[in-house]
Ligand binder design. Structure first.
Ligand SMILES: [Zn+2]
Length: 491
């Protein structure tokens, strides 16, 4: 019996011994590995409330995620285009958005190109207001120099994982003249990385995160060659192109882009081995905010300001009469309104004509309308200013610019003219070759309209050719509406 017993005892003992070892190993492993959570937002564009999106719904989701994550093992990173984009964010100049980011305990904000739209002074105030750290290694803007860092080390969780976060602003700051201030200089991402990567790695981070305001497929930017050159980077957070990329391997790094308008929250979980100081694996997903309840406490906190914003939105600006509102598409009628208003606003400069360019619109226009502030904002959403460009007499420069302006129509980008008529062949009529020609444009067009009008950009940027007026396009239209205009599209 004992012969049998002993081996049985031995087997049981051995099995027990193995179990003890395994449990002990898993306890040590559990003690040294942990899940670090990085929450990510991008292109919020001032969305606070809304049916499908907004910071108030996002807040509920973030709170939920924080509750299930390991304590002190969560980092919240916003990748920019945060404060601009809605009527409420315009009226509060982004202040309420930053207040909410602070309530969400956002750690990092990488400013996007549109975060400069209210002007660099307003952005400086928002950065001051932000409780976290603003990162942009490639931004060279003297008024922001002491407020923006290139990178920051964070220590997370009980393994004290060292996470270096490097921020990169948008290298495509295509709207320099919009806020009437000089363009902040933004260098190429690879160049900026080359300058700081040594300093970052010398600080011995366990994980390197690159948070940047540019999309995976942005023109003139190649994320594959960037990451091939910088194998040190473990995680890349993209923005700007409003895409949803739940997570994919690009070279040796993991790349995520968290959509837009606070419609989704990027959740990246890094399994980290604290003993060997290495990443075991990265998993990520985009969590939809749609079904979330708006956060009750935060909703109550912003309600007074939102009530005020709603009152402002309903305020009447003036009346407008659209001739043949049913026969012409809204972009032609709104384009005519804008071009007429721009010419009116620049009347001291005695402009020959004004041109307004925009995409196809899906607004419904009625023959007679009372225009509210919200309506005006939605018709002319960006912070464009107005500039007068002078073309020398006896030159074909303007003919070429007209070609450039009208060549975009096939792709749904319309240019509407006010003032001197164009001939069938798109020449100025009547032709006065010796007289200089003065034309009013929006600052967006003058800055090349996101590379749609490079000829206009190159021409108008030469010294002495462009005179910027201290007037926003939207205000020019509001002034014009006060005189009860009639808008008639002229082919
Ligand atoms: Zn952007």
């Amino acid at each position: 019996m004992s012969a049998i017993f002993i081996p049985i005892f031995n087997r049981v003992f051995l099995r027990g011994f193995c179990v003890v070892i395994l449990v002990a190993m898993s306890i040590t492993l559990r003690a040294t590995t942990e899940k670090l959570t990085i929450l990510n937002t991008a292109d919020i564009h001032g969305r606070i409330e809304g049916r499908h999106s907004g910071l108030l719904k996002l807040a509920t989701l973030i709170e939920q995620e924080r509750r299930t994550a390991a304590p002190d093992a969560v980092l919240l990173i916003d990748c920019g285009d945060t404060i601009e984009g809605t009527f409420s964010s315009w009226e509060t100049r982004g202040e309420t958005v930053i207040n909410l980011l602070n309530k969400l305990r956002c750690n990092v904000w990488v400013p996007g190109n549109h975060d400069f739209d209210f002007g660099v002074d307003i952005l400086a105030r928002r950065i001051q207001q932000f409780d976290g750290i603003v990162l942009a290694a490639n931004l060279h803007s003297p008024p922001l120099a002491d407020k923006v860092k290139k990178w920051q080390m964070f220590t997370l969780g009980r393994t004290k994982a060292k996470i270096a976060v490097i921020g990169m602003a948008c290298p495509q700051m295509y709207d320099p003249a919009i806020c009437g201030q000089p363009t902040p200089e933004v260098s190429a991402i690879d160049q900026a990385l080359r300058e700081i990567i040594g300093e970052v790695t010398q600080s011995r981070p366990d994980i390197i995160v690159l948070a940047m305001h540019i999309g995976k497929y942005a023109s003139g930017f190649n994320v594959y060659s960037l990451l091939a050159d910088f194998p040190e980077i473990d995680l890349v957070l993209c923005a700007h192109s409003h895409q949803q990329l739940p997570g994919e391997k690009v070279c040796g790094a993991w790349l995520v882009q968290s959509g837009k308008h606070a419609q989704e929250l990027g959740k990246i979980v890094i399994e980290f081995d604290g003993q060997n100081r290495r990443i075991i694996r990265i998993r990520s997903e985009l969590l939809p905010c749609d079904a979330m309840m708006e956060h009750p406490t935060l909703k109550a906190a912003v309600e007074p300001i939102m009530t005020k914003v709603r009152q402002l939105a309903a305020e009447r600006v003036g009346r407008v009469k659209f001739i043949d509102a049913d026969r012409h598409s809204p972009e032609l009628l709104l384009g005519t309104l804008a071009a007429d208003a721009m010419r009116h606003a620049a009347k001291k400069q005695k402009p020959d004509m004004a041109v307004y360019s925009s995409y196809q619109r899906h607004t419904k226009l009625r023959p007679k309308m009372t225009v509210s502030r919200l309506m005006l904002f939605n018709w002319f959403r960006f912070q464009d200013r107005i500039g007068v460009v002078t073309f020398p007499g006896n030159s074909y420069e303007f003919d070429n610019i007209i070609k450039e302006l009208t060549s975009r129509e096939k792709r749904g980008y319309y240019s509407i003219f006010s003032g001197k008529k164009l001939s069938r062949r798109n020449r100025i009529k009547p032709h006065e070759p010796d007289k200089p020609l003065t034309v009013v444009f929006s600052s967006y067009a003058i800055s090349g309209a996101g590379n749609k009008f490079p000829g206009l950009r190159d021409f108008s940027s030469k010294p002495g050719r462009t005179h910027m007026l201290d007037k926003r396009l939207r205000d020019a239209v509001a002034d014009y509406l006060r005189t009860n205009p009639t808008v008639k599209y002229r082919k």
